[in-house]
Design a protein around this ligand. Structure first.
Ligand SMILES: Cc1cc2nc3c(=O)[nH]c(=O)nc-3n(C[C@H](O)[C@H](O)[C@H](O)COP(=O)(O)OP(=O)(O)OC[C@H]3O[C@@H](n4cnc5c(N)ncnc54)[C@H](O)[C@@H]3O)c2cc1C
Length: 385
């Protein structure tokens, strides 16, 4: 059975901002035996459409979902696991943790030093610019969430400053195709976890700077700089009411541009080896990320220029209900490709669980197949014994 504390597609109903669209194109959001069948395969679903898409999948796959059933504790029990829920206790032999990778916003400790007059909001609480007071906004974090919110808030008429650390730059379109089409066909997205040199780093990689818009716009730092969003370095400290930013922007830009160049080389190599070069426009290279005309190293948060801070600094899973010794000191689940460090316990939907696309809708099917194969083997051995 599938236990869900809210309703099917709960995270898409409750934990996303109003204007969000998927950054994966509609054709790509495949689930086992189920795909997009609407009239706009190259478009990007809004939240209402995602909820409908996933809810319909739950219906057609006849998933045995028990909604409004929160798991409050999971521990070893007789012959397996004891699951305490808001609707009573359950005993089972195996458990798959599919509770999501993005349950809680990560907010850096410097938040504590922000002066009380500045309004703070995380990407979890933010719904639209009307939630913010009038006046300047500092958006901290420049991955998918940060660039999208910086753009939206800037368009609401508020002056926006975006604090940029390590980031992954991507154009929306490359050689006439969606960049995520290239990720798909070139095999980059399907790369297996055991073929990745530095898996720990791959699992910590921020989400790409992408947005899903009907115009298929690229939303990188050059685009934000061009519309007047201020760009500053990584927020390193808040001291005496002053936000201090790292001076390493040029290096961050160079690194992101270099990685983008390597990714495009991989795509071009794939096109050459598959003899697809003639079907498509020639390789492109993009203007390097421009250094902003001015990039202050300090903003005085007492001055009134910044009225709110939006923390777009990532998310983490919530394992507070796991009464099992399977989480390390950094709060990460100990697992090998979704096989958790406790017999009969499995996980899905975590960063690069088995493939680079493990935290995307389209990555669920392959990972689930592999993990369930192991789970079925485990049950078969037990019943044999
Ligand atoms: C801002 C944002 C944008 C994204 N955009 C895209 C995109 O464009 N394309 C894409 O493919 N992916 C996107 N993702 C990733 C997307 O969230 C995942 O693809 C997908 O949600 C993973 O599904 P999941 O079921 O593993 O996790 P979730 O969708 O998080 O589902 C986990 C479920 O578990 C429930 N739950 C948690 N704890 C408990 C408990 N203790 N008891 C009972 N139930 C519990 C939650 O209510 C939730 O419904 C985005 C993620 C975020 C945060």
């Amino acid at each position: 059975m599938v236990l869900e504390r809210g309703e099917v597609a709960n995270s898409w109903r409750r934990e996303r901002w109003d204007s969000l669209r998927l950054l994966t194109p509609n054709w790509q959001n495949r689930l086992p035996g189920y795909e997009y069948s609407g009239s706009d395969p190259d478009g990007y679903m809004g939240m209402g459409e995602v909820v409908e898409f996933i809810s319909r999948f739950a219906l057609v796959s006849a998933a045995p979902v028990r909604t409004h059933t929160a798991v409050t504790s999971l521990r070893h029990g007789e012959a397996g696991y004891h699951v305490a829920t808001s609707a009573g206790d359950i005993r089972c032999e195996t458990v798959v943790l599919a509770s999501g990778a993005c349950n809680v916003p990560i907010v850096p400790a410097v938040r504590q030093a922000v002066p009380p007059g500045v309004h703070n909001v995380t990407a979890f609480d933010y719904r639209n610019p009307d939630d913010l007071p009038e006046g300047g906004v500092l958006v901290v974090g420049a991955s998918a969430t940060g660039v999208q919110l910086a753009d939206e808030i800037h368009r609401s008429g508020r002056p926006v400053t975006l604090s940029v650390g390590e980031h992954v730059r991507m154009p929306r379109m490359y050689r006439g195709r969606d960049v995520l089409w290239w990720m798909d066909v070139s095999g980059v997205w399907n790369q297996r976890y055991d073929a990745i040199d530095d898996l720990t780093r791959a699992r910590r990689l921020p989400s790409p700077q992408l947005v899903g818009t009907p115009e298929r716009t690229t939303l990188d730092l050059n685009a934000l700089d061009a519309i007047g969003v201020g760009i500053v370095g990584r927020l390193s400290a808040v001291r005496d009411g002053r936000a201090l930013f790292s001076g390493g922007l040029r290096n961050q830009f160079a690194l992101a541009d270099l990685k983008l160049g390597r990714l495009l080389d991989t795509f071009d190599e794939w096109a050459r080896s598959e003899r697809r070069d003639e079907d498509m426009p020639p390789p492109e290279r993009f203007e390097p990320t421009r250094m902003p005309r001015s990039s202050p190293l300090m903003l005085d948060l007492h001055s009134g220029a910044i009225r709110s801070i939006v923390w777009a600094t990532g998310f983490r899973p919530d394992y507070s209900w796991l009464d099992l010794p399977v989480v390390d000191e950094k709060g990460r689940l100990r697992h090998e490709g979704g096989v958790v460090d406790a017999p009969g316990l499995y996980a899905l939907g975590l960063p690069v669980l088995r493939r680079r696309n493990s935290t995307f809708i389209c990555g669920a099917a392959d990972d689930a197949r592999d993990v369930i194969e192991h789970l079925a083997g485990y049950l078969a051995t037990r019943s044999h014994a």
